[in-house]
Design a protein. Structure first.
Length: 304
């Protein structure tokens, strides 16, 4: 059987990561957890993870999701037995039984069908189907996947390099997907695999001070953490500068989706002012070509 190393980025981890790590340890050969400079002392939880059998790494400062994953991948690849695959995980993602085996089987089937595999994603995330592309030689291809729960063959990293740390957070998965696509590598879907992963935070929809409902039920909309709107809008511009000419349709759709989302949450969700300010600063810095952590937040990033 092919071997897999799971890399988990942590930031101010709670006890919930222990159950997630236990599920991972049952399905992969190695688990590397990387604490991304948590300001709240994570020593107790990290010690428990080490006692469970995880390889624990700590970054001295908050360096972002890409840097944390890259640090873990470097550890996994420097071991005596190099894995065949890397599985990237967020701390709040939980795998169903058989998840990793399903992704490995999808990768094997795709390679046998002469499909060059860049990554393998689950068929659904928290019960919602993921983006799908065409079927090629009997293999279901996917669109742009999320980073958590993503299986990547080690030769892909050796060929293309690791995640782009200058993005810090948001757009890291998009950039790697575009880099793979530009090289002719495809995103493959494992239809039977499902990932339990939190996508944003629900907020009660309000319009002119009144709560909205649909079908007699309160209407909720999902928002990202307020501080992330800086990175969402900055990095969209940075990716457009980097990939816009080659992937013009992807770039246009991304801009439309982001500004549509911002319009909806500005109209219906609380904290609209701080979100708009963060998005505006993101646009300004994106136009200026600023990358890396936002200096005013680099030491106080909230939990992802």
């Amino acid at each position: 059987m092919p071997s897999t190393a799971a890399i988990v980025s942590l930031y101010n981890p709670s006890d919930g990561v222990l159950a997630n790590a236990a599920a991972l340890l049952k399905q992969v050969n190695t688990v590397v957890v990387v604490d991304d400079g948590s300001p709240h002392d994570p020593t107790r939880i990290l010690d428990e993870l080490a006692g469970m059998g995880c390889n624990v790494e700590r970054l001295t400062e908050n360096s972002g999701i890409a840097a944390a994953l890259n640090a873990g991948i470097s550890v996994a690849l420097s071991g005596a037995a190099k894995p065949d695959y890397i599985l990237t995980m967020d701390q709040d993602s939980l795998l169903d039984d058989g998840y990793v085996a399903a992704l490995q089987s999808a990768a094997t089937a795709a390679s046998a069908a002469n499909v060059r595999v860049g990554m393998v994603a689950p068929g659904s995330v928290r019960g919602l189907p993921v983006r799908r592309g065409p079927v090629v030689n009997g293999i279901q291809l996917g669109g742009e996947p999320i980073q958590s729960g993503l299986l990547i063959p080690v030769p892909v990293f050796e060929r293309l390099g690791m995640f782009q740390s200058s993005l810090f957070i948001d757009g890291v998965d998009s950039e790697f997907y575009l880099r793979c696509t530009a090289d002719g590598l495809r995103a493959v879907i494992a239809p039977e695999a499902a990932l339990d992963h939190t996508l944003g935070s629900p907020a009660r929809a309000r319009l002119l001070g009144r709560e909205l409902s649909f079908g007699g039920q309160p209407l909720n909309i999902r928002t990202a953490a307020d501080w992330r709107y800086y990175y969402l809008f900055r990095n969209r511009i940075l990716l457009a500068r980097q990939y816009g000419r080659r992937f013009s349709l992807w770039t246009l759709k991304g801009f439309l989706a982001d500004y549509r989302h911002l319009a909806i949450v500005t109209l219906l969700a609380p904290h609209r002012r701080v979100r708009l300010i963060n998005a505006l600063h993101g646009v300004i810095d994106g136009v200026r070509g600023v990358s890396g952590p936002r200096r005013i937040e680099s030491a106080t990033r909230p939990s992802i």
